[in-house]
Design a protein. Structure first.
Length: 197
């Protein structure tokens, strides 16, 4: 049963309004479903909209922020709980520890890095938690095509493509994460039992 969802997303303020709306809706949906939000404690961009959406709907929000970003301009001051950690690595490990599942909303390099590390950890068995992408405005379509290309070229096994769920609506994405099951033959790449297909 999912109780706490870790969400990765962008902090840029220079984005179209529909992205902010989607982030706020995700926060609201988490709260309405009684799910706790864990995120990077930011107050700007999609991060701020996400937290504000959850808080406005009565949800619980835990922010984990590294000391480097612990500034009035970046940190959200209205969270249920705030944890300040020494560095980015500790932040990510702490968020992963708290979470029962992960969702990536649109974002930049930091969001991509967080998403792919959680996918890698799932691939090698460091966790078994579901991972979803909220595909607002088709944002992740190119990323999915890149992953599919990696599979076709033999760099990934097909079951690794099935490690994440893509959906464009918060409600249905969360429902699909609740139903997630690990792909069969997930460790085939370690045992080298057959070609990547």
């Amino acid at each position: 049963m999912l109780k706490t969802i870790c969400v990765f997303c962008g902090s840029s303020d220079r984005i179209p309004a529909p992205y902010l709306t989607a982030a706020r809706q995700m926060g609201e949906t988490l709260a309405h479903r009684g799910l706790r939000l864990v995120y990077g404690a930011g107050s700007t961009g999609m991060m701020g909209a996400l937290a504000d959406g959850a808080l406005s709907a009565g949800g619980e929000v835990i922010g984990v922020i590294p000391e480097i970003f612990n500034t009035p301009a970046l940190m959200h001051n209205g969270l249920t709980r705030l944890e300040i950690v020494p560095d980015m690595h500790t932040r990510k490990a702490r968020m992963a520890q708290l979470a029962d599942a992960f969702i990536a909303l649109p974002g930049g390099l930091g969001t991509f890095e967080e998403l792919f590390e959680m996918l890698t950890w799932l691939q090698i068995g460091l966790h078994t938690k579901p991972i979803g992408l909220l595909n607002t405005r088709g944002y992740f379509e190119s990323l999915v095509k890149m992953v599919d290309h990696a599979c076709r070229e033999g760099f990934m096994y097909r079951e690794h493509r099935d490690l994440f769920i893509v959906d464009d609506a918060p409600e249905s994405l969360l429902s699909r994460l609740e139903d997630f099951r690990l792909p069969e033959d997930l460790h085939r790449w370690v045992e080298r039992d057959g070609p990547p297909a």
